[in-house]
Design a protein around this ligand. Sequence first.
Ligand SMILES: Cc1cc2nc3c(=O)[nH]c(=O)nc-3n(C[C@H](O)[C@H](O)[C@H](O)COP(=O)(O)O)c2cc1C
Length: 171
Amino acid sequence: MEFCQVIRKRRSIRKFQDRPVEKEKIQHLLQCAFMSPSSHNHRPWHFVVVQKRELLDKLSLSKPGAQGLHNAQAAIVVCAYPEKSDVWIEDAAIAAHTINLAAVDLGLGSFWVQIRNRYFDQKTTAAQYVKNLLNLPQDLEVLSIIGLGYPLKNKPENQSVIEYDKVSWID
Ligand SMILES: Cc1cc2nc3c(=O)[nH]c(=O)nc-3n(C[C@H](O)[C@H](O)[C@H](O)COP(=O)(O)O)c2cc1C
């Protein structure tokens, strides 16, 4: 698909067909993620692919706004080791968005579930909940979860235009 068309078509999809995502397509998404740029090329990422229904359902409880994972057929938990990069958040966010865009090109829908800086309950961060559930090391941080599947319905293309009040153009 033409690049601008991918950008226009990308919307957050939270309702999916009852159809599994092929392993090859998930591998392709991972391949794209690993081609992301990272500061100093430190590549601090770690990705956890989840396809088990039971785990997807538990991930959907990780915080308010994660419910769509209950409908998802797969998820990629986007993590990074802060000790490997002082800008791990940026590195992980770029990789996460690369997955979002690559999914469009494969005919998949996806949505971003924010985990960093979010809470499961008053005492537990969403990141800690996810780490406990997936048995992840304590020194690994969780940025987001990308929910995936074949869209139940296609959303209208992105209609956003340049908001010139948010742009300063210095000639
Ligand atoms: C940093 C970030 C965090 C987000 N967190 C969530 C989330 O926790 N749950 C969710 O359903 N969508 C989440 N989204 C998706 C946004 O709600 C969505 O991108 C926005 O409403 C624009 O809609 P669109 O993606 O269809 O263009 C997040 C998106 C970004 C970039």
